[in-house]
Write a protein that binds this ligand. Sequence first.
Ligand code: PEP
Length: 252
Amino acid sequence: MRKKIVAANWKMNLTLAQGEKLVNELLQSGIQLDAHKEVVIAAPFPYLIIVKELLKGHPGFYVAAQNVAAEKAGAFTGEVNAEMLHSIHTDFVIIGHSERRELFGDSNAIVAKKIDLSLSHGLKPIFCCGEPLEVRKAGTQNAFVAKQLEEGLFHLTVAQLKNVVIAYEPIWAIGTGLTASSAQAQDMHAFIRSQVASKYGAAAANNLSILYGGSVKAANAAELFACEDVDGGLVGGASLVAAEFAGIVKSI
Ligand code: PEP
């Protein structure tokens, strides 16, 4: 059975005290995780060690970085590399988020480098893909996402792919309050899984968790997560409020 995952992307929000309060409230919110369910908190770099410590003794809860350097090490002021993240016991790393692609120039080639460095240092990438509004309006979203997969991910071996999670995040639904309908999400997730199946075979595709991201809330999570190929969510705004995020987690 493939993993069901809900990941919180705090982005550049919350002070340390606010983040600690949020994690503590979440841990006290009565979430029950069985063996195939996971919760991931993608906190800002300076909080990772502390959030990891708070999650100790809570099986199924993991920490993620929101980004990683595309270079191994050296004179790259301000960057944080995969080895550093691994050395502080970070579990996952979000790679290729649309905000990184749009605002910080993360091309498919850079995303591919970040994926490789993360995997070689024991981090599990959450590979983000998704189309902008004009592509959705033109009806060419499948080709757009297929190119992101081909250039960013499909150089991996089947063994490497086992440690990857995909997040489909239509850009027009991120932070906008517009959610893809469950039919739109299911269609794209099934398409992504079929692409993975053609490249890596049915078993690899069936084992891969594909998360949906884009204005997920407690009120729409259950319907989205009920779709056959939607294995959870990557949640931005709604992950900043403990009761709301707990409601989403309880829907997986
Ligand atoms: C995100 O940033 O990955 C995201 C999906 O944000 P939001 O839930 O706020 O749309």
